[in-house]
Design a protein around this ligand. Structure first.
Ligand code: NAP
Length: 232
């Protein structure tokens, strides 16, 4: 897909990866609609990017999430793609994670991206794309080899059950959506990012992350994600 001129919604634009992706897409000439929770950061980003349409949303309001795609399609008079970069970290042995927190992680990490893409699917153009970020962790937990050739080990997975479950749910859903949208040639991208240097795990809503080596360069991941889009 030609990124220059493509009309793209970034949901989660006030986060580190979302902000980097929005700036990189704008540099390559995409026309953006921005959505994020933090009103101040959203307004600042929109100002930096020349005033694209911007809207605040809360991940736990799933109807609001589903409304973002149709809103962006109206604001941009068309929609070729959607990136969802919303997410929340939460850690702890399963007996230490409350049911309320487990529900919140599932909502922010799975139900919210699903709702955004559910609302966007009917309005995104044929041959367009829908993208969400899962991560390596759910694939490691399933014993699959990842880019670094490692399946999960007890050390790096302990304390991640609820976060992992939320990303695994999203990943499974994206897999089925891929098949559903294939007749319209809409690509569904499941970005299995490794741990990155965005500070994400330090913003954990509960518990502490497992001790892990430093995260990889987020900008590199953003550029490879844009290359994936450009090669569609
Ligand atoms: N960084 C990593 O190591 C890594 C690895 C694999 C996958 N991922 C995934 O990549 C995505 C982006 O992560 P990041 O590193 O860029 O972290 P981040 O900077 O913390 O971004 C998370 C985004 O989610 C938003 N968010 C959280 N709770 C929300 C809620 N209740 N309502 C609306 N928005 C909410 C945040 O909004 P605010 O701006 O308002 O806080 C922020 O925009 C996440 O899905 C994460 O799971 C990250």
């Amino acid at each position: 897909m030609e990124i220059s001129g493509a009309r793209i919604l970034v949901a989660g634009a006030t986060g580190v990866l979302g902000g980097l992706a929005a700036c990189a897409l704008a540099e390559r000439g995409a026309q953006l609609a921005l959505a994020g929770r933090n009103q101040v950061r959203l307004a600042a980003l929109a100002r930096d990017l020349g005033g694209p349409p911007a809207r605040c949303f809360e991940a736990c309001d799933l109807d609001q999430c589903s409304g973002l795609g149709p809103w962006a399609e109206r604001a941009l008079s068309g929609l070729e793609g959607v990136l969802v970069t919303v997410g929340a970290a939460g850690f702890g042995a399963v007996e230490n994670v409350s049911n309320a927190m487990a529900g919140h992680l599932l909502t922010v990490n799975a139900l919210c991206p699903m709702a955004v893409l559910r609302g966007a699917a009917p309005v995104v153009a044929d041959k367009g794309f829908l993208l969400a970020i899962t991560g390596e962790v759910n694939h490691r937990a399933a014993g699959e080899e990842t880019a670094d050739g490692l399946a999960g080990t007890a050390d790096d997975l302990a304390g991640t059950a609820d976060y992992t479950a939320s990303k695994a749910a999203l990943s499974g859903w994206l897999g089925v959506l891929t098949e559903e949208l294939a007749p319209r040639s809409v690509a569904v991208l499941d970005i299995r990012a490794p741990r990155l240097d965005t500070g994400f795990t330090e913003r954990s809503l509960t518990g502490r992350p497992p001790a892990l080596p430093p995260g990889a360069d987020a900008m590199k991941t953003v550029h490879s994600l844009l290359d994936d889009i450009a090669s569609l």
